[in-house]
Design a binder for this molecule. Structure first.
Ligand code: SAM
Length: 218
């Protein structure tokens, strides 16, 4: 880690870090006034997508979760350079933030190139699971988008199977282009670039939180 990154880790990160235990019922109060929506990015890696979104949507509040310290340091460089005041960070497992958020507070969730865990015996470690979709359904508003990208065919099929049996999410794709093309304004990510260089095409899936209340879960 370069000296500038270490400086930001020591001095900027503490100001931007969210503590799940004290998140409270109004997470937007952890941001400057005037922000109207809250979105979450899980596993932001080097943070290039999160910084891009924060620059593009200055009226939206973003929470980014990433346990990889070098990735957090890279995002801090972008936050500092761009004076992005609408980003807060949880430098650890996103599950803790999801569990701590109040119901129906998120207007969107991005899970971009999550760790693939390709071996069968490791697949239970994948971020997307039936239980995780239930946890996400609780904190997402009706109509909110869950955006998922992967370069691993098997992970795309895994996720689609869990969405199909979830009572809380819809997949509205109608044409192959809906999943072969990223959504508008996609800036690319470090991991996507690696996949492309290795000849692995990516899949982009956008799911919608439907109107079924999370409390109806058996
Ligand atoms: C394959 S990388 C992709 C990073 C980035 N999204 C990209 O597209 O370049 C997956 C990232 O997810 C992070 N990660 C894994 N499990 C996580 C979790 N439970 N909560 C938050 N981040 C997680 C890893 O540390 C890693 O940086």
């Amino acid at each position: 880690m370069r000296a500038h990154q270490q400086h930001l880790m020591d001095h900027l990160l503490p100001k931007l870090t969210l503590d799940p235990a004290s998140l409270g019922s109004m997470p937007l109060t952890r941001f400057p006034p005037g922000l109207t929506q809250l979105r979450l990015e899980v596993g932001f890696g080097g943070g290039e997508h999160l910084a891009h979104e924060a620059r593009l949507h200055p009226h939206i509040a973003f929470i980014g979760c990433e346990p990889f310290a070098n990735g957090v340091a890279r995002l801090l460089v972008d936050i500092d350079a761009g004076q992005l005041t609408n980003v807060r960070i949880y430098p650890d497992d996103a599950g803790a933030i999801i569990d701590a958020l109040p119901a129906a507070c998120l207007a969107g969730v991005d899970v971009l190139f999550p760790d693939p865990w390709p071996k069968r015996r490791q697949q239970q470690r994948r971020f997307i699971s039936d239980a995780r979709l239930i946890a996400l359904a609780r904190v997402m508003q009706q109509g909110a988008s869950l955006r998922f990208a992967t370069d691993i065919d098997d992970y795309a099929a895994w996720t689609l199977a869990r969405i199909a049996r979830s009572p809380h999410f819809l997949w509205r794709a109608t044409r192959a282009d809906d999943w072969r093309q990223p959504w508008p304004e996609w800036p690319g990510t470090r991991y996507e670039a690696k996949a492309k260089a290795a000849g692995r095409p990516s899949v982009w899936l956008v799911f919608e939180r439907n109107a079924v209340p999370a409390t109806s879960i058996a």
